[in-house]
Design a protein around this ligand. Structure first.
Ligand SMILES: Nc1ncnc2c1ncn2[C@@H]1O[C@H](COP(=O)(O)OP(=O)(O)OP(=O)(O)O)[C@@H](O)[C@H]1O
Ligand SMILES: [Mg+2]
Length: 586
């Protein structure tokens, strides 16, 4: 998937205008009509003054009646047309644009690697997705303000030029100078707006992080710390917002004064033209209406110009994660992985996390079809990294990882993920029903199969005892279930998935011995003929394995069956086993 354009302006054009050009043009035409009607009303009013002033006659009366009729018609349009334009804008443009950007941005976030996401705060990512989808304001300013103003300026200029060429030129000059003054006066407040957006997104990110980890916050009595930290961030945000408001107020007042000077100059010039009989009283009325209405619009333009730049700066700040390229992508024409035997091979693998020392250097390990391999080693020796590499959570810097002879970097990630089921130390559950959690990732699965899988995972018993059975909600991240129950749900999920490769990463290590036994039995039901990689600190859980591999600093230093390694004198495995047995007896 292509990233969004880097520049906010280009983004607005490519994502909001180009795909919706017809509704956009439709809105522009409606606004043009609206502006035409508005100016016609002023024009007819000034003509009415001239006709009345010409004195009472049959012809004048006739003319007055026509002008009044035209004014009434324009007035009716003037009342109803803007509402129609607004409805059309919302329905044909704003809603579809927002929907497109939100869904595209979410798809892009899902395309990032797990590593990318865990390095960002979730709240921050979501805030950014919201930031870039809030394009209604930008579009509304573009169409309703800028385009509308342009229509007004052009129509008014034409009408003024038809009255007196110098009056028309003066109007153009005033509009141009106002635009220049506006541009420079807004610069400081624009800079502050950028800072405001940044501060707001830091605050939201921290807030979501603190709330989503509320249990940890409470356990460690850190609520006060989090509150203090949040209030500092909030104060910083409010402070910048206040400074930004002051800067805007100053620029607004400055531009306002300039506009009033322009209005007065134009009026004085119009009076001079009238006094030298170059324009009529009706023309002066028209100039007055322009000064009252038209220049007030220019004043508003100042507000909207700032809003436009603020919104654009907001979109620019929000675009960052949508410009970062996806780190792990399928190669062009990647084929799906075909797993028949589920043979796994790490061949001369080299890997280091970004800016870290190498974890694996020329690492080799072959796991045969249907073989069960237990991986042990001290903490931080690369066990989880190894199984993450097998799932292509990161790309390796050298060597190959093969499944049934196919390099995993050459196949589609979807098929690769489908070929394996992973049961981590902490089962990941959604705040959805138990049924949905078990069937996650499998389409159209029957209730009977779900219950069967739960039975295999020894989960059916406790689920049935819940008031709403399989329809019970599990709470945020499964907090309404015990650790052992959560693990059994994850096992039931893996049973349904029925993948040829099974990865267990400390699947029972957070459980007490009693629930560990039940979960271990559930896992035994799951093993079947699959190729299994099981990582464990508690060695007793690896007795079912065909082979044990002992990792140290990313290298295999011991290998063999459980019994052979236990018997081997001075082996690291035997020492660890003895230590754990002594601890168990205590
Ligand atoms: N996303 C990451 N970015 C950078 N370094 C990482 C990342 N994940 C792990 N590491 C580092 O890589 C090394 C190996 O970590 P790994 O999680 O593979 O160890 P492990 O053997 O599974 O440990 P444990 O038994 O404690 O689970 C550690 O030094 C760790 O700090
Ligand atoms: Mg680990």
């Amino acid at each position: 998937m292509q990233p969004f354009p880097k520049s906010a302006l280009k983004f607005v054009y490519e994502e909001c205008i180009k795909p919706f050009k017809w509704p956009f043009l439709g809105c522009m035409l409606l606004i043009l009509a609206d502006s035409g009607v508005y100016n016609a009303l002023d024009w007819f009013t000034s003509r009415l003054v001239d006709t009345i002033k010409s004195g009472v006659s049959e012809q004048a009366l006739h003319q007055v009646l026509w002008i009044v009729a035209a004014i009434i018609i324009c007035d009716i349009f003037n009342v109803y047309l803007p509402k129609q334009v607004l409805m059309y804008r919302q329905k044909a443009l704003y809603f579809p644009v927002r929907e497109r950007i939100l869904s595209k941005s979410l798809r892009y976030i899902f395309g990032h690697s797990t590593n990318y996401i865990i390095n960002k705060q979730t709240g921050n990512l979501l805030a950014k997705s919201e930031q870039i989808s809030a394009t209604d304001q930008i579009l509304s300013i573009l169409i309703v303000i800028f385009w509308d103003q342009l229509c007004h300026v052009v129509i008014k200029t034409v009408l003024l030029l038809s009255i007196n060429i110098y009056l028309g030129l003066m109007f153009i000059g005033c509009v141009f100078l106002t635009a220049v003054v506006n541009y420079y006066a807004n610069k400081p407040s624009e800079r502050l707006s950028k800072m405001e957006n940044k501060a707001s997104s830091i605050y939201t990110g921290w807030l979501v992080d603190a709330i989503s980890n509320i249990r940890l916050v409470k356990q460690f009595n850190k609520a006060d710390y989090e509150k203090k930290r949040l209030s500092v961030l909030l104060c910083q945000y409010i402070d910048i917002k206040a400074r930004s408001m002051i800067a805007w107020f100053l620029s607004y007042t400055g531009v306002g004064c300039f506009i009033h000077i322009c209005s007065i100059t134009m009026l004085v010039f119009a009076v001079y033209l009238w006094s030298t009989a170059q324009i009529s009283v009706g023309d002066i009325v028209f100039v007055l209406l322009i000064i009252n209405g038209g220049f007030m619009y220019l004043m508003e333009l100042c507000i909207h110009f700032r809003r436009f730049r603020v919104n654009l700066a907001g979109i620019q700040a929000g675009l960052a994660p949508f410009n970062d390229k996806h780190e792990i992508e399928d190669i062009a024409n990647a084929k799906p992985l075909k797993v028949k035997k589920a043979e796994i091979e790490f061949r001369n693998v080299c890997f280091a996390y970004p800016n870290r020392e190498k974890i694996f250097d020329d690492f080799n390990l072959k796991i045969n079809s249907g073989e069960r391999v237990g991986i042990v080693g001290l903490s931080g020796n690369g066990k989880t990294t190894l199984v993450n590499l097998l799932q292509r959570a990161y790309d390796i810097q050298g060597g190959e990882i093969l499944i049934d002879g196919q390099d995993i970097s050459q196949v589609t990630q979807q098929s690769l993920h489908h070929s394996m089921a992973v049961i981590p130390q902490e089962a990941i559950l959604f705040h959805r029903s138990l049924k949905e959690n078990i069937a996650y990732g499998i389409d159209n699965v029957s209730d009977r199969k779900i219950v069967q899988a739960a039975k295999t995972a020894y989960a059916d018993g406790f689920i049935k005892n819940l008031p709403q059975g399989y329809n019970s909600l599990v709470g945020d991240r499964g907090c309404k279930l015990s650790g052992g129950e959560r693990q059994r749900i994850a096992i039931a999920r893996a049973v349904l998935r029925n993948s040829p490769i099974l990865i267990l990463d400390e699947a029972t290590s957070s459980l007490d011995s009693e629930s560990e036994q039940i979960v271990a039995q559930a896992i035994n039901n799951l093993l079947g003929k699959r190729t299994v990689i099981a990582i464990a600190h508690r060695l007793s859980t690896l007795k079912e394995m065909d082979r044990i591999v002992y990792l140290e600093n990313g290298k295999i230093i011991e290998e063999g069956t459980f019994n052979a390694l236990v018997k081997k004198r001075n082996s690291h495995f035997a020492k660890l086993w003895k230590l754990q047995q002594m601890e168990a007896k205590r």
